[in-house]
Ligand binder design. Sequence first.
Ligand SMILES: Cc1cc2nc3c(=O)[nH]c(=O)nc-3n(C[C@H](O)[C@H](O)[C@H](O)COP(=O)(O)OP(=O)(O)OC[C@H]3O[C@@H](n4cnc5c(N)ncnc54)[C@H](O)[C@@H]3O)c2cc1C
Length: 455
Amino acid sequence: MRAFDAIVIGAGQAGPFLAARMAAKGMTVALIERKFLGGTCVNAGCMPTKTLVASARAAHVARTAAAYGVTIPGEVGIDMKTVRSRAQTITIDARSGLIKWFGGMSSVTVIYGHARFEDPRTISVEGERLTAPRIFLNVGARPAIPDMPGIDDISYLTSTSIIELDSLPRHLVVVGGSYIGLEFAQMYRRFGAEVTVIERGSKLASREDPDISDAIADILRSEDITIRTGADGIAFARAGDDISVSVADGVADVTASHVLIATGRIPNTDDLGLDRAGVAVDKRGYIVVDDKLATNVDGIWALGDCNGRGAFTHTSYNDFEIVAANLLDGENRKLSDRILAYALYIDPPLGRVGMSEKEARASGRDLMISTRPMSRVGRANERGETKGFMKVIADASTQQILGAAILGIEGDEAIHGFIDAMNAKTPYPALKWAVPIHPTVSELIPTLLGDLKAV
Ligand SMILES: Cc1cc2nc3c(=O)[nH]c(=O)nc-3n(C[C@H](O)[C@H](O)[C@H](O)COP(=O)(O)OP(=O)(O)OC[C@H]3O[C@@H](n4cnc5c(N)ncnc54)[C@H](O)[C@@H]3O)c2cc1C
């Protein structure tokens, strides 16, 4: 049995950084990874998809260039092999960087293989047993496959396998109209595929406010993506080389060349031997943690997507920051201090922070709300991209900003004006006197705040 000061299982967006920090403090660390260093973000998530989104946007800009006075003779073509190899290069470069980084770290032992608990202090991996007084779980999540009739009879894509495609689907049906599905839907439409989104719920991206969901649907429909919401009884059948996708009322029945299942993710906790360690999970399999990411078992922590307290690279990384600050720097950082922010990378993107309007209304506070269409943002007009709107919600009595959304060009960047103000707990009137740069999307933030009205 090999003994370490700490064992980290999973090299996602928290584990490697925690391993490196502990090693810098003089601890010996085993970092166990069953597939690739960097986990989902680097290998099958943010990095390859945002690279593909960039290719899709290039195609869109080329197709719409004439409106800007730029003429491109002939049709815009897509070389899917180059599209794919571009994404692969970005991924491989990032993964290689991690391999090199850990190669130079003598006190971190990287072990490739599937890790399982034998007991609360012992892990088995590839026939070897390791022990440590501290064990950190960063095992992430994987695509969930819903139990829909006929799904076992067809060959379907997931968010992991679709990024390996190097040819264009004739007709891609995306089952699931949330963040991951919508990014692929627009991307493949822009590559030239016919695309249908089939969503069980009544709205796309249903966690968002209805005005945002509706605006997202309008943006996608304007690019000739077919959207079917409220689709009950989704079922599949083979139809020669194609796949027939049907719904209970028959309205959205469609024949697809490819089907992407994008109906959510499940944590990688089912084959980790958690029962042998006594680590508690909730009914969906997420590891239960307290405000400092500790599980119910002394000496075991869970970070990232597997604890169900965040589903993003930056939330996983922030879990690392919280654990490292508390265990190594004597600080008192808490999960509950985190203000959730994220983006949806359709084009134009949605940047979000804090409460939605529906959450703010449900909180019973006295609210002030302000909205502004992107058509009244100078920079958006100059760029010829005026879809979407911005919205901010503030607490009338404390003058704190409760949440904001920017669906529009640069929304993923401009939202940081609100993210910073909220983290600094700046009362909104203070921002009204900021002098932003013209012409930017962010320059409308003071104006938006100046227009706040009680609701
Ligand atoms: C298509 C897609 C696009 C996304 N886009 C974005 C985005 O734009 N922005 C954003 O913030 N987030 C995005 N995400 C989410 C983001 O990728 C994840 O939230 C993030 O990677 C979570 O990191 P993690 O550290 O929790 O785990 P992961 O990155 O999933 O890493 C977990 C690691 O643990 C390993 N592992 C699991 N079980 C074991 C075991 N028993 N033994 C050994 N190793 C094990 C896995 O192989 C994996 O490498 C996207 C996700 C997908 C799927």
